[in-house]
Design a protein around this ligand. Structure first.
Ligand code: PRP
Length: 180
């Protein structure tokens, strides 16, 4: 189904669907009776976000943020900056940040600090994927779809050099692609 860029399918779309349904159920239960602002962190989480919000049975408002990491290439020196900010004020609101993956943890750690300064009522993180082996800072999501080993994954919003985000399955990128 895929070309030589895919080494193997890691999480097929049927499994993704079931993970997303379960996350939606859990989140709907935890915030029952409350309003929720659901924040998509562009671009990686756009597909997961679109599926997840439709599994959340609450009054939701959707908002979007673009984050960029600058630095000299090594992830420990990266600075996380807001490129596109939220359009809504989150003070006193329940906020759920949607990420595709937590890797080193630096993006989500900094994002939590930045958003906490705005005094939301509650700030939670949901990540489709988690690579605990890669963690450089102490941070965890509140909801996690699936922990995965340290492999380069693409599809379901995740890219390599901006490609492959539209694959329906989460796949492992063939090493030949990035060893070129
Ligand atoms: C990816 C991903 C997370 C971040 C995780 O974003 O979407 O935001 O990296 O990595 P970390 O835990 O090591 O900080 P990326 O900068 O690749 O942008 P994208 O969402 O546009 O793909």
């Amino acid at each position: 189904m895929y070309g030589r860029e895919v080494e193997k399918v890691l999480i097929p779309k049927e499994e993704i669907e079931s993970i997303v349904k379960n996350l939606g159920k859990q989140i709907s239960k935890d915030f029952a009776g409350e309003e929720l602002i659901v924040v998509c962190i562009l671009k990686g989480s756009c597909i997961f976000f679109s599926d997840l919000v439709r599994e959340i049975n609450l009054d939701v408002r959707l908002d979007f943020m673009t984050i960029s990491s600058y630095g000299n290439g090594t992830s420990s020196s990266r600075e996380v900056k807001i490129v596109k900010d939220l359009s809504e004020d989150i003070k006193g609101k329940n906020v759920l940040v949607v990420e595709d993956i937590i890797d080193s943890g630096r993006t989500i750690k900094r994002l939590k600090e930045l958003l906490a300064e705005r005094e939301p009522k509650c700030l939670k993180i949901v990540s489709m994927l988690d690579k605990p082996e890669r963690r450089e800072v102490e941070v965890d999501g509140d909801y996690c779809g699936k922990q995965i080993p340290d492999e380069f994954v693409i599809g379901y919003g995740l890219d390599y050099a901006q490609n492959y985000r539209n694959f329906k399955d989460i796949c492992v990128l063939a090493p030949a692609v990035y060893q070129k």
